[in-house]
Design a protein around this ligand. Structure first.
Ligand code: ZN
Length: 315
């Protein structure tokens, strides 16, 4: 079994309710965990993914009301792309028109159909039509039919000054191989990984540095099977690249280290274990506010400051 590729992508949103509404209704993802930012417990941390929150399907948000919009620049994630069956692109184009979602004309990239769009807080997203994935299980909550549903991440596109230094980390440490070039893009693929297996580096010298804000990706997390695999990657980062990570942090659903890669994007390495069913059954993922044990004693205060996100009365 292969454990490489993207584990999750974490981004910054504005209003929490608007965020939940867009990802669960317009995009039809499952809210697999409703918790708080462990480092800032007055802020929600939402995780969206497939039915069980498989690594490679998880997009997470810190929603901050009144956050200033981010500014695209060098040293950040330019676009985060999901996989859909190739034949579903027409459905999604119609859905975006119907729902008033801002989208770009369809383009071809590395031979694939790409429909770029933005979420309500300016996050740059895309759907990539992938042939032959119709038979992969799709999850539905009744908003988007299972046959056209999102099947996890396709990958991310990083806007960087130069591709080589970051490419070296992807290939030597994170299990990727360079598989192609097109214009100013260099494509890397995680060996044997279908979901979340792509990182494109968009080499663009001369851009202003990014300014993080609403719609910006905060970090990209890559997969490690377990603690031993993560420790081996940390060792390689230090020994081969002189990069030190943070100490390991327990995120309840995975265990993580963080580091700034040479192109200035914040990278995380996250274990596949224990997963999102660690503290609630799969059938009820995302329904209750879950807190790590160290925050449980403060539950009443935390719940009092978090905004209400009940969607039952939403149009
Ligand atoms: Zn993370």
């Amino acid at each position: 079994m292969n454990h490489h590729g993207i584990h999750h992508v974490t981004a910054i949103a504005g209003n929490a309710r608007r965020n939940v509404e867009f990802y669960t209704r317009t995009l039809g993802l499952r809210l697999v965990k409703k918790t708080v930012n462990f480092d800032d417990p007055g802020t929600y941390h939402f995780y969206y993914g497939d039915e069980v929150g498989s690594p490679g399907t998880i997009l997470t948000f810190f929603p901050w009301d009144h956050v200033a919009p981010g500014r695209l620049g060098v040293g950040e994630t330019q676009e985060t792309a999901f996989r859909v069956p190739e034949g579903a692109i027409g459905y999604w184009t119609h859905r975006f028109i119907e729902k008033g979602v801002a989208y770009q004309p369809i383009v071809r990239r590395f031979g694939e159909t790409v429909l770029s769009f933005k979420d309500p807080h300016g996050m740059r997203l895309a759907l990539v039509g992938v042939p032959g994935i119709e038979s992969e299980p799709g999850w539905t909550n009744g908003e988007v039919p299972a046959e056209v549903a999102i099947r996890g991440f396709h990958g991310v596109n990083l806007l960087l000054q130069e591709a080589a230094p970051t490419g070296a980390i992807l290939t030597d440490v994170l299990g990727f191989t360079e598989i192609g070039r097109e214009g100013s893009l260099v494509r890397f693929k995680a060996e044997g990984t279908q979901i979340g297996g792509i990182v494109d580096i968009h080499e663009a010298g001369g851009f202003l540095p990014a300014r993080m804000g609403g719609g910006s990706v905060h970090h990209i997390a890559f997969r490690a099977a377990d603690d031993a695999a993560e420790a081996a990657m940390v060792k390689k980062l230090v020994e081969n690249h002189g990069i030190r990570t943070t100490e390991q942090k327990d995120r309840n659903y995975f265990r993580s280290v963080y580091f700034r890669e040479p192109g200035h994007v914040l990278f995380e390495i996250a274990t596949d274990i224990p997963g999102f069913a660690a503290d609630e059954p799969v059938a009820h993922l995302g329904e209750a506010l879950k807190l790590p044990s160290f925050l449980e004693p403060r539950r009443a205060q935390i719940e009092a400051v978090l905004p209400q996100i009940d969607l039952s009365d939403a149009a």
